[in-house]
Design a protein around this ligand. Structure first.
Ligand SMILES: Cc1cc2nc3c(=O)[nH]c(=O)nc-3n(C[C@H](O)[C@H](O)[C@H](O)COP(=O)(O)OP(=O)(O)OC[C@H]3O[C@@H](n4cnc5c(N)ncnc54)[C@H](O)[C@@H]3O)c2cc1C
Length: 455
């Protein structure tokens, strides 16, 4: 419980104009983009420095107040839903680009910087930060991306967020400020604490400054698409392509149901077949050579080149996918997964997915950064139709459990949050105890986003 006395102590460290107990403001941060119920915190804090964050956490530590860090709240598994009656630290006012080290291909930012805004600012230097989280790139913060190890359309070539983090300033659950990492692209010095913090969903420490490795904007790119008669053929073509280690910058799969949703939302008039969108980057000759391989392999699986008009930028189309699915059928809600698996298993997963959905008469849409072995299967079900809802939940559970059984993972990119906690034991077994012990070291009183990740 946050008393008046605690609030008055807080206002010693934070300008009271950047503290809020206003009901509508508190309600606005009670939820994230999952369909889970929100929890209303007692106070909302807008820090502007690492020191302020440290002071706030020291106070939270003293009184055992639960703290949830918040970027833009676009997480999909309840990751940023706060604790009832706790504190939310909102990073929207820590949104400065602190330093661009052009010659070292690095940038240092505060956590509240929005992904697309960062890349906009980097353009004049000919640099960019690649992960590009599909539909949320215009809103997700760098702090949120670090904390979920977000990935995106270019991760097949450049890796996810974790692969680009060089340095972090973090505040632990006792309020201690730690500097992690260095400015090197490669280091073999000590434990990889950066890797631990990345993807920890604000449960180990609060991230207040981030140095990222950047890449040069490629001299040219080529974006194109192939359509297939069947989802399985597209999946077979993808897993075949991945065997050749082709230099593919982006490879996104959308099934025919996704295309139908997009047509319904935006009247694209696309042929309602499974599609693979590609982007290749680099020199003309390199692009041509890779394109020839892609063409030959696609042909083997009856793939056809799709003609996209100049307005039909694949990434613009891809951007609307979640909205399109959520509006596809009135009265339904999305039950989603975010499974990852070895790439050779893609055809098996795809086949299972549609077979199961057909058997249970469920409406599913599958898409994702499949070149990385990540697939999102979104099932639309009516929460008021108990039979359908139970079937959809069972479908989802079976897909996740199957992914784990074949050596995959519960979450390829969205993190565990609240909804995926039940699968942690199956995926991690005894090593879950080691994770809990690590959590205790960083956060001895269990105040940082305490109800997340662990079952
Ligand atoms: C339409 C749509 C499309 C999406 N597409 C993708 C995609 O392609 N790839 C992908 O990876 N994700 C995707 N996501 C999920 C989401 O956008 C990402 O997880 C994103 O990284 C979250 O950023 P955020 O700023 O909204 O963070 P939030 O949702 O606010 O927070 C995410 C987690 O990070 C923690 N956190 C936030 N800031 C800090 C901080 N400074 N220190 C410590 N912890 C912190 C929060 O407590 C929470 O646990 C999508 C979401 C939507 C709605």
């Amino acid at each position: 419980m946050i008393t008046r006395d605690i609030l008055s102590q807080l206002s010693k460290y934070i300008d009271p104009k950047r503290l809020s107990v206003n009901e509508s403001e508190l309600k606005s941060v009670a939820k994230d983009e999952s369909s889970l119920e929100g929890q209303v915190p007692s106070v909302l804090v807008y820090p502007v420095t690492s020191l302020e964050v440290s002071k706030v956490i020291q106070l939270a530590y003293t009184y055992g107040i639960k703290v949830t860090a918040r970027g833009s709240g676009t997480s999909l598994e309840g990751n940023s839903i706060p604790e009832d009656g706790g504190m939310v630290i909102d990073f929207s006012r820590m949104n400065r680009i602190i330093e661009i080290r052009e010659d070292d291909l690095q940038v240092t930012v505060e956590p509240g910087v929005i992904y697309n805004n960062l890349n906009e600012s980097l353009k004049e230097y000919g640099l960019f930060f690649p992960p590009s989280p599909g539909g949320s790139s215009d809103i997700a913060t760098i702090g949120g991306m670090v904390s979920t190890n977000a990935s995106g359309i270019y991760s097949i070539k450049y890796g996810g967020t974790r692969e680009s983090i060089l340095k972090l300033t973090v505040v632990t659950g006792t309020g201690e400020i730690l500097e992690l990492g260095n400015h090197c692209f490669k280091s073999s010095s000590g434990y990889h604490l950066l890797g631990l913090i990345c993807g920890s969903e604000g449960t180990l420490a609060i991230v207040t400054e981030i140095t990222l490795r950047l890449r040069g904007i490629p001299e040219r790119h080529d974006r194109f698409a192939y359509s297939f008669h069947e989802e399985l053929q597209a999946a077979l073509a993808i897993s075949e392509m991945m065997k050749y280690a082709l230099d593919i910058a982006a490879l996104e799969y959308l099934d025919r149901h996704c295309i139908a949703s997009l047509n319904q939302l935006k009247s694209y008039g696309l042929e309602e077949k499974p599609i693979i969108f590609f982007e290749l980057q680099g020199s003309e000759s390199r692009i041509r050579e890779t394109k020839d391989y892609i063409h030959a392999i696609s042909k083997d699986y009856d793939g056809q080149v799709m003609t996209l008009t100049s307005e039909e930028n694949p990434w613009e189309i891809r951007h609307h996918i979640t909205t399109a699915i959520s509006l596809r059928k009135q009265g339904t809600r999305i039950i989603r997964n975010d499974i990852a698996f070895p790439i050779s298993k893609l055809p098996d997963i795809v086949q299972r997915c549609y077979q199961k959905a057909q058997n249970d008469h469920l409406m599913v849409h599958a898409f994702g950064h499949v070149g990385l072995g990540i697939l999102h299967v979104l099932c639309l079900a009516d929460p008021n139709n108990k039979e359908e809802w139970v079937k959809a939940e069972r479908f989802n559970r079976e897909m996740i459990e199957y992914a784990i059984e074949i050596g995959g993972s519960t979450s390829g990119e969205h993190g565990i949050g609240l909804s995926l906690k039940p699968y942690m034991e199956k995926e991690h077994g005894k090593s879950l105890d080691m994770m809990k012990a690590i959590k205790k070291l960083f956060d001895p009183k269990n105040i940082l986003n305490p109800s997340k990740i662990f079952p």
